[in-house]
Design a protein around this ligand. Structure first.
Ligand SMILES: [Mg+2]
Length: 254
């Protein structure tokens, strides 16, 4: 893995699309969620105006922008409201993509998740380490104070489902299929792109398939996910900020 400052103009030559993970990349990690009975309180994350301006600049010089997150569409639309005319939003870990008001569904997870949900709900009701279920359509996301063996055991018994722990929540996903790579492959079809045309940046375990599927993978946390380049964690700028600064700087001198 090379540090970001080794990224060169030559590397960017074939890149047409940049794919951004959201949490830990465009905004700080951490979700504030609380669930009491049937009332769920979930704080909307706000993206800095600086990052919005950087994305606008990238778009202006010709890059396509794809956001690929585990979050639900409603939240991504809220966060990226100002730039929706030109960004595509791939949500719930590659399950679907929104682009210019149209939704492309990439997987049907209904029959996999239907039976397990009530079982997980039961655990949630009696385990004080469960903070709540994040509202989603195609995946199940359970926020917990720490890892809970019982949740892992329940999901393990279900055919074709897997848990991915990201440090603050479990995602329950269709094994091997429901990854950000699925989303990226479909987005590449929509925009008629090849692997070498895509740069992707992510910071967590659920980004590993996404990064592997891209021509230039950028790791925003090399302890969790490998890339061709990595962004050092120190400093006051967010990983996406550092990457966009670097690309804009390289392109300025074209
Ligand atoms: Mg992330």
């Amino acid at each position: 893995m090379l540090p970001l400052n080794k990224l060169s103009k030559k590397d960017l030559k074939q890149i047409k699309m940049i794919v951004f993970d959201v949490d830990g990349v465009l905004v700080l990690r951490g979700t504030k969620i609380k669930q009491i009975g049937n009332t769920t309180t979930l704080q909307t994350k706000v993206i800095n105006e600086r990052q919005i301006e950087q994305i606008k600049e990238l778009n202006k010089i010709g890059f396509l922008i794809n956001i690929s997150s585990g979050r639900g569409l409603y939240m991504l639309q809220e966060m990226f409201r100002g730039i929706l005319p030109f960004v595509s939003l791939t949500y719930e870990n590659g399950s679907a993509t929104w682009y210019k008001g149209k939704i492309y569904q990439h997987i049907n997870s209904f029959k996999y998740t239907r039976d397990v949900f009530p079982k997980l709900k039961k655990v949630a009701n009696k385990n004080r380490n469960v903070k709540g279920f994040e509202p989603k359509e195609f995946i199940i996301t359970i926020h917990c104070k720490k890892q809970i063996k019982e949740i892992e055991e329940i999901v393990k018994k279900e055919k074709g489902l897997v848990t991915v722990w990201n440090g603050e929540a479990y995602d329950v996903l269709v094994e091997k299929a429901q990854t950000k790579a699925l989303g990226l492959k479909q987005v590449m079809k929509i925009f008629k792109l090849k692997k070498q045309n895509v740069m992707a940046i992510g910071d967590n375990y659920n980004d590993s398939e996404l990064l592997k599927e891209s021509g230039i993978p950028i790791s925003a946390d090399k302890t969790r996910v490998p890339g061709k380049f990595y962004i050092p964690l120190e400093g006051k700028f967010l990983p996406a900020d550092k990457l966009m600064q670097k690309i804009l700087e390289l392109k300025e001198t074209d």
